[in-house]
Design a protein around this ligand. Structure first.
Ligand code: SAH
Ligand code: SF4
Ligand code: F3S
Length: 487
């Protein structure tokens, strides 16, 4: 018996969702041997790429238990929602989803069980059981190995909770079921957790202490993916630059008999799996990004010319309140290093608008930084206060909602112009595109990304997903490029 899976993965954005689907007739799917237990699992993920990657681990663990997956919650025996807590809105989305599942359970399968995984599970713990009567199971991000036992418990009619955070869980030995998107690009987790304590951020509370995964298992996963036909991997961590193997936080070697691996070295190890395997990474942290990473990008054609470097704010006082560990000048110095060593790199960012006590001048400083750097893309968010964070305890969420909204739309406007300008600069150039599949809008067209991460749409001339094609860029808007294959 074989089960087939696909996961629609979105790259960065939070508050997007993906659903594990059963589909037919796609040659890029992975066949998984299972002994089915007759139970169907519906798994839905919200939040960042790390959550999407974790859902692949969950699917792997439960497939081994005999579950098959379904895209239809109405026929599910078990519904699992992998959740995000980064902003209040992300949590509200999940709560609304639970209302929907309550109706489905009542109507289609009163025996259906519902579990909450991920960051909301970790943040709210048993409180969730009290607030959401529908929920049977709560499992935090480090307790997915315990899912089989937790499921056994709920099947006997109890509620089950495991929210223990670990100092060393990396799921290194579990080969994730590549629910894997389009069969072309995939995520590989390299670190878990975060030790940074930015004052606005809930992640250190939901994901625990930072730990790095054994480099051998990372490279092996990249090799396996390449053999399965994947042509792009994104190395994932909350702060990839702090990846380190066999080196303590203070820089001391832990075991003299073993080699050490830094993030730049890891990237090179993955790049050397095959020149046809593109390597991306996310997220870099401005306080930790070193120039050896830039030299690796410069040296290896298959390490992509793209860096996501979240700045959050353009004002040094504000960055101090955010506890980001760098100033505006430091950030601009990093940008300068990127533009000098790897001038072909595009740079994207994250911005928080309307953080505590944000003055008009501080907002203007963010605008001037956005104008100066000319980011190729930006995720822009209104500040959302999160319980237990430093900001919640120390500062007041005192920028009025209307001011947050006005400042956000002002920045979005400026950023849209930046994107148009970056995209226009590709017009007339021939760029190598890795084909991801048919374009969503028109199946007669293909879509794929250039090394700089911009999406290109071009006519389907009998190419296949996973193929590299040189495309001459003809036109651009602020989001995508259009071109024609240069054959
Ligand atoms: N580790 C990454 C960010 C992970 S969270 C980094 O340090 O860059 C992704 C983004 O969500 C952050 O960069 C930030 O812009 C945004 N974010 C985090 N907490 C937020 C909050 N409380 N309100 C609004 N946006 C937030
Ligand atoms: Fe959150 Fe800061 Fe860690 Fe990123 S680096 S996950 S923003 S605490
Ligand atoms: Fe959300 Fe947790 Fe990721 S809070 S952004 S799913 S680490």
């Amino acid at each position: 018996m074989h089960a087939k899976y696909r996961q629609k993965a979105n790259f960065m954005p939070v508050e997007t969702k993906n659903i594990v689907e059963e589909i037919q007739g796609n040659s890029t799917l992975v066949d998984l041997p299972t002994k089915p237990n007759g139970k169907k699992l519906y798994l839905e993920s919200y939040g960042c790429a790390m959550n999407f990657s974790d859902s692949e681990i969950v699917a792997s663990i439960l497939t081994k238990e005999g579950f098959t997956t379904t895209y239809n919650p109405q026929e599910a025996d078990l519904i699992l929602i992998n959740t995000c807590s980064i902003r209040d809105k992300a949590e509200q989305t999940v709560r609304n989803k639970l209302k929907e599942f309550k109706g489905i359970k009542r109507k289609f399968n009163p025996k259906m069980k519902v579990g909450i995984l991920g960051c909301m599970a970790e943040r709210l713990k048993t409180q969730l059981l009290e607030e959401e009567k529908l929920v049977d199971l709560i499992a935090g991000p480090d307790s997915y190995r315990a899912l089989p036992e937790l499921i056994q418990e709920i099947e006997s009619g109890q509620k089950a909770v495991n929210v223990l955070l670990s100092r060393d869980e990396t799921y290194a030995d579990i080969s994730p079921v590549k629910l894997g998107a389009n069969g072309v690009s995939s995520f590989i987790s390299i670190t878990r957790g975060c030790d940074n304590m930015c004052s606005f951020c809930v992640v250190p509370f939901t994901r625990g202490r930072e730990r790095s995964r054994d480099p051998e298992t990372i490279v092996q996963e990249a090799r396996d993916l390449f053999e399965m036909g994947f042509r792009e991997v994104t190395l994932l961590g909350q702060n990839v630059d702090s990846y380190r193997w066999n080196i303590s936080k203070k820089g001391e070697i832990k075991d003299e008999n073993k080699s050490t691996v830094s993030f730049a070295e890891l990237m090179v190890m993955v790049a050397e799996v095959d020149p046809l395997l593109r390597v991306r990474f996310s997220t870099s942290h401005p306080k930790d990004m070193t120039t050896d990473v830039l030299h690796a990008i410069k040296k290896y054609k298959n390490i992509c010319n793209y860096i996501h470097l979240p700045v959050q704010s353009g004002n040094s006082e504000m960055l101090k309140r955010m506890n980001r560990g760098y100033t505006r000048e430091w950030y601009l110095n990093r940008i300068n290093a990127i533009k000098t060593i790897t001038p072909e790199c595009t740079i994207s960012t994250d911005l928080i608008i309307g953080f505590c006590d944000e003055t008009d001048q501080e907002h203007q400083d963010t605008i001037s930084l956005v104008k100066e750097v000319e980011f190729s893309f930006a995720y822009m968010y209104k500040y959302s206060e999160r319980p237990k964070t430093l900001a919640e305890r120390k500062f007041e969420d005192n920028v009025p909602e209307k001011v947050k909204a006005d400042r956000l739309s002002e920045i979005i406007d400026i950023q849209r112009k930046n994107q148009k300008k970056t995209n226009d600069s590709f017009i007339g150039h021939t760029k190598e595109v890795l084909i991801e599949g048919p374009s969503k809008k028109d199946p007669n067209e293909f879509c794929g990304r250039i090394s700089e991460n911009t999406m290109v749409i071009f006519p389907n001339q009998g190419f296949k997903a996973g193929q590299y094609v040189n495309v001459k860029i003809i036109s651009a808007n602020s989001a995508t490029l259009k071109g024609e294959a240069a054959v």
